[in-house]
Design a protein around this ligand. Structure first.
Ligand code: GRF
Length: 204
């Protein structure tokens, strides 16, 4: 399967996907990495791994739709089976989402439907939650609202701060969850059709 990975920041999820592919745990290749920020540390991870990468910066465009169209064109040219948002910090227009419907995947650092949007770790802590984690989901036009593919969670410790919690969710949940969810998608065990998620549990 061909993946296009779209990032904005540190690229720790990208790193985990690269490692899963190298370890033979994810039968995929990364055709292209796209960042909307030239200074994203994740671009260095992509370069070091020898991946094709390109930066498309929003400031070159007057309207959100123009940026989204340029992004969509680059993605489509790479002929992906899956478009993997991995810490991409922009909201995508409905036209973009519809163009890649059923192949557009995101990871969000909360147990959705809890805590859509930003500052998820802080919100889980201040609500006194016992557990916190991350969700991989199909992207629909509503922010962080698409149907779930997989979730993972950890116990919140009494001395957690937003930073320690964010780090543990990244290392203990996200970096395992995203490659595992992508492996299920690539194997055809989960798919999105007619607005719902279907799971093929096999013949056992
Ligand atoms: C992750 O927590 C991801 O869930 C969120 O943004 C963060 C990106 O981290 N959407 P990285 O760029 O993968 O290191």
């Amino acid at each position: 399967a061909r993946l296009v990975v779209v990032i904005s920041g540190r690229g720790r999820n990208l790193q985990a996907i690269i490692q899963a592919i190298e370890a033979g745990e994810l039968a995929a290749e990364i055709a292209l990495v796209i960042s909307n920020r030239a200074d994203a540390p994740g671009m260095q991870i992509a370069r070091l791994a020898g991946l094709n990468c390109v930066c498309i910066e929003p400031r070159g465009f007057n309207h959100r739709e123009d940026f989204d169209r340029a992004l969509a064109a680059r993605i489509a040219a790479a002929r992906p089976d899956w478009v993997v948002l991995a810490g991409f910090m922009r909201i995508l227009s409905q036209a973009f989402v519809e163009r890649f419907e059923a192949k557009l995947i995101n990871i969000h650092p909360s147990l959705l439907p809890l805590y859509k949007g930003l500052n998820t770790h802080e919100r889980a802590l201040s609500n006194g939650d016992a557990r916190h984690g991350a969700s991989v989901h199909f992207v629909t036009p509503d922010l962080d609202d698409g149907p779930l593919i997989r979730q993972g969670s950890i116990a919140i410790e009494s001395d957690d701060t937003p930073d320690t919690l964010a780090d543990r969710v990244m290392v203990e949940v996200e970096q395992r969850l995203y490659p595992a969810a992508l492996a299920e998608l690539v194997a055809g065990r989960v798919y999105f059709k007619d607005g719902v998620v279907w799971r093929d549990h096999g013949l056992q």
